[in-house]
Design a protein around this ligand. Structure first.
Ligand code: ATP
Length: 212
């Protein structure tokens, strides 16, 4: 499949297509037209066709898309046909919750180790994932090729840790620390700023309240 330079806006819509198609597949639905998919997902049919045209259109014919094929192809585009190794830095409340969240493992994302500076938890395990000391991190990422490092440390710690990560065999950082990270372009960064999202919700609550 030919893949042009795809905009991040299109990429950010793919997981939602993937989720809906997975549900349709589980319901045993084999074909769906862009119009039906558009009604289900509340996006325009032309948006769907434009998005899919970035990837060659996925063989839409008069009677619609093949659900299983489309699901598989979008999964491949998202890299979900191979597994991803992950480590987590900061095994506090959020870090432990992420490691325990089984849905990641079901999708092929698995944690190999957690790292922390708190001596009270170093040596313990989150499920079957060992919590190691931060002193062990540089050696660990030198030896173990790791797809994703998840950063769930206080923001004032995150930059220094990112520098250590850059020296290792890490391909990407999933950053929950509320700070932009200085990393070279070959390391992919996805920021998840939970408090930004909550503030947006707070704004919308206030705005909705004002309308009454
Ligand atoms: P807790 O209350 O269990 O500490 P938390 O998620 O509320 O959890 P945070 O202060 O956000 O606490 O810290 C998250 C985790 O990051 C903690 O387990 C903490 O020990 C760890 N941590 C803090 N600084 C560093 C660091 N420099 N390197 C690695 N881990 C760190």
């Amino acid at each position: 499949m030919e893949e042009k330079d795809i905009s991040q806006a299109v990429i950010s819509r793919l997981p939602r297509y993937f989720r809906y198609l997975g549900e349709l597949r589980d319901e045993g639905i084999q074909r769906i037209s862009s119009r039906e998919l558009s009604e289900l997902m509340h996006v325009t049919a032309s948006q769907i066709r434009q998005d899919f045209n970035n990837f060659g259109g996925f063989g839409q014919q008069g009677y619609g898309y093949n659900v299983e094929y489309l699901y598989d192809e979008i999964g491949k585009i998202l890299g979900l046909d191979s597994s991803h190794s992950m480590i987590i830095i900061g095994a506090g409340n959020l870090g432990q919750a992420l490691v325990n969240y089984m849905n990641f493992r079901n999708r092929g994302f698995y944690f190999t180790a957690a790292f922390d500076i708190n001596p009270a938890i170093i040596g313990q395990k989150i499920g079957d994932v060992p919590i190691l000391s931060m002193d062990e991190l540089p050696e660990y990422i030198r030896i173990h090729e790791t797809d994703i490092a998840v950063l769930t440390v206080p923001k004032q710690e995150a930059k220094e840790i990112a520098k250590t990560l850059v020296g290792g065999r890490i391909r990407a950082i999933w950053n929950f620390a509320h700070i932009d990270l200085p990393v070279p372009p070959e390391i992919q960064v996805e920021n998840v700023h939970l408090s930004d999202s909550l503030m947006k919700l707070s704004y919308n609550i206030r705005r909705a309240g004002n309308k009454e």
